[in-house]
Design a protein around this ligand. Structure first.
Ligand SMILES: [Zn+2]
Ligand SMILES: [Zn+2]
Length: 359
């Protein structure tokens, strides 16, 4: 088979792509630093700045004494509960010991007139009385606590509402700051993306194509990745929306390209043999044949034994012919005979400067 491109050309092609990627890489680095250094317009908002301080202080001043009173009442209640518990236990102990004492004695000794019985019963009565007193005190404490709690309800609600309002104002300010930060970046990245796409459409086949590609990659990367940390809540719509739009445009271009391609092939195949050959570029003819592909219809022309047929079985293009001087059988696109060196009849388009430059 024949080699398709000249040796250094392939290297240069790889080098050109490398240049494109390197160019994109350095632009991306510069762009990233630039985007990060763009001003945020304002410092991140602080919550304290959005609090109604005098209002909050007034409410706090109302709450503080009531709250202290409530705490003290709670402590008192707890202490009272302890005392009450003790009194109940003491009474219970007394009552039980009186019962055992009585059951251990004869019926006469249990008489209500017995002075010891009377003394013990009185003691128990006194204990019960004390317990009732404690219970009444406890109820009083509970009532006072309920009063204080009720009085606290209104200022506490007021405080909560003040804090909520401050939080809302703070959130709004934060969203605003984020939006401004994003807007500034979009003003930088949006036109950049537009410019990169415009120059790609216009200059992609120029011999400066590595820079055109590099700049396009930079524009796409800046828009779809560098912008991400600054995206507000709706940023995803913008990002994916633009992505969808670009994909749509790219897809349309691809479909159009395919239609053009098929149409071009059809026209090519309809032309007479000599004209067809003249429309085929030398480089692409060799490239196609090296892959056993017809240079015109681009279908595979390899025979079972791996050799080239004289004519393409799909479109009829002549692929091999005999030299008109010496009769050597060779590829029809070679401009000179392999055996005798005489110029052949092949009239393919010889490589131009453009051809070696464009990807
Ligand atoms: Zn063909
Ligand atoms: Zn010859």
């Amino acid at each position: 088979m024949v080699g398709s491109t000249r040796g250094p050309e392939r290297l240069i092609r790889v080098g050109q792509w490398l240049i494109a990627l390197l160019f994109a890489y350095f632009l991306i680095q510069v762009g990233a630093s630039l985007i990060a250094d763009l001003p945020l317009l304002s410092r991140a908002p602080q919550l304290e700045r959005y609090v109604d301080k005098p209002g909050l202080q007034a409410v706090e001043a109302r709450i503080a004494p009531l709250s202290a009173q409530r705490d003290s009442l709670r402590q008192q209640l707890e202490a009272q509960d302890g005392r009450l518990q003790e009194a109940r236990e003491a009474y219970e102990r007394g009552r039980r010991s009186f019962e055992t004492w009585r059951s251990a004695r004869a019926a006469t000794e249990q008489s209500a007139q017995n002075p010891e019985v009377i003394a013990r019963a009185r003691q128990l009565d006194a204990q019960l009385e004390q317990q009732r007193g404690l219970e009444a005190e406890r109820r009083g404490l509970e009532q006072r606590l309920a009063g204080v709690t009720a009085a606290l309800q209104q200022p506490e609600q007021q405080r909560e509402s003040l804090q909520r309002q401050a939080q809302e104002r703070f959130e709004r300010a934060k969203r605003g700051a984020e939006l401004r930060a994003f807007g500034i970046r979009l003003l930088f990245v949006g036109p950049l993306l537009g410019l990169s796409i415009w120059q790609f459409r216009r200059y992609r086949s120029s011999d400066q194509w590595p820079f055109v590609w590099g700049f396009l990659i930079f524009g796409l990367f800046a828009f779809f990745f560098e912008l991400v940390p600054y995206l507000p809540s709706f940023g995803a719509y913008l990002r994916y929306g633009v992505g969808a739009l670009l994909t749509f445009i790219g897809g349309r271009a691809l479909i159009r390209w395919l239609q053009d391609y098929l149409q071009r092939k059809e026209q090519e195949q309809a032309a007479p043999q000599a004209e067809r050959q003249s429309q085929i570029r030398y480089e692409s003819a060799l490239q196609g044949l090296s892959r056993s592909q017809c240079p015109s219809c681009e279908r595979s022309v390899s025979r079972a034994d791996g050799t080239l047929p004289d004519f393409c079985m799909h479109c009829g293009l002549q692929l091999q012919r005999d030299c008109s001087s010496c009769g050597h059988h060779q590829i029809a696109f070679f401009p000179f005979c392999q055996a005798c060196g005489q110029p052949g009849e092949a009239s393919v388009a010889m490589p131009t400067r453009r051809e070696t430059a464009a990807p």
